[in-house]
Design a protein around this ligand. Structure first.
Ligand code: G3H
Ligand code: 13P
Ligand code: ZN
Length: 311
């Protein structure tokens, strides 16, 4: 099956009350771990690439490895730009074969966000294969590439803005801010998400796919493992899985996961080096890291997303 855009997979997810996992990829072992996990669970996938991932691995390497994964699995896979910062980056990803892009205008004013998003939508939708576009309204706290947003500067999405935004931009999905944040330190106290905002957005945009960023659960077993084998991550905390399942049963069709993959990869590497201090063969220690990614992805698909068997 060729790479697909997100149109059909989100339609099915909306109707089926589940979400598609959008996992960040940076190297071969991460791509293989994710796709092997999804293949075992027969789940559709979004493989997403940030500006930082493109700078680290180069667009062409990631693209070719994703094409190889596609041949290996035959799953519906969309390759998506995560947090596209500007028109030029989005255009370069579209021209380079991505089937979906995010343009993140959330740091701009409402009108500037609309103008930027619409410019990307016009280009993406004019492609022969219709590239889908995710936009963002509202601002998450946390770090992504060079942008650090403090909790004070973050802001929830205003439901009364979403209809006008979607209508004027023509975007295919919308990321909203309801209290999640990027990284492994998400909440100071008790985790809290604004489900009232998600519900209201769902009413204003019936049938329209909503995206949740910053949706890692920062699974405590992996944080403990990192701490046990020499790492230091006090106070790491993520979004409880029950909250994510609830969001997936509502209008959320895409759930973004990066930090949990990083934790699994790092925890397995740390464990490996402590247990095998003389090992210096990357094919040994990276196998453990790749297996860690595969188990994490299977866990997410079955216990959080509900996308198992939906490919
Ligand atoms: O939302 C951000 C993603 O976790 C990607 O992170 O920009 O460090 O690649 P990155
Ligand atoms: P996490 O940091 O919670 O994994 O969020 C990832 C994300 O939103 C990627 O866009
Ligand atoms: Zn994000």
């Amino acid at each position: 099956m060729p790479l697909v855009n997100t149109k059909e997979m989100f339609k099915k997810a909306y109707e089926g009350g589940y979400a598609v996992g959008a996992f960040n990829v940076n190297n071969m072992e991460i791509i293989q771990g994710i796709t092997e996990g999804a293949k075992l669970e027969n789940a559709p996938l979004v493989l997403q690439v940030s500006k930082g991932a493109r700078a680290y691995a180069k667009h062409v390497y990631l693209m070719k490895m994703i094409e190889a994964a596609l041949e290996d699995t035959d799953l519906p896979i969309a390759v998506h730009l995560d947090h596209g910062p500007d028109f030029e980056t989005a255009k370069s990803c579209i021209d380079g074969g991505f089937t979906s892009v995010m343009i993140d205008g959330s740091h701009h004013s409402f009108e500037e966000n609309i103008a930027l998003t619409k410019r990307v939508v016009d280009y993406a939708h004019s492609q022969k294969n219709y590239v889908t576009v995710e936009a963002e309204l509202g601002r998450l706290a946390g770090v992504e590439d060079d942008v650090q947003v403090s909790a004070e500067d973050s802001s929830y999405t205003h439901p009364d803005e979403v209809e006008e935004f979607v209508k004027r931009t023509g975007c295919d999905s919308l990321a909203i801010a309801i209290g999640t944040s990027h990284g492994a330190f998400k909440f100071k106290g008790e985790p809290m998400l604004r489900f009232d905002i998600l519900e209201e957005v769902g009413k204003r945009l019936p049938g329209f796919p909503i995206v949740l960023h910053g949706a890692s659960s920062v699974i405590p077993e992996y944080v403990e493992m990192i701490n046990k084998y020499g790492g230091v991550m006090p106070g790491a905390q993520g979004v409880p899985e029950a909250m994510l399942r609830k969001a997936a049963s509502m209008a959320v069709c895409k759930i973004n996961i990066d930090s949990d993959l990083r934790l699994a990869f790092t925890a397995e590497l740390r464990k490996h080096f402590v247990e095998h201090p003389a090992d210096f063969d990357p094919r040994q220690y990276l196998v453990d890291a790749r297996d860690g990614i595969r188990s994490m992805v299977r866990h997410k698909i079955v216990n959080v997303l509900g996308s198992n068997g939906k490919a």
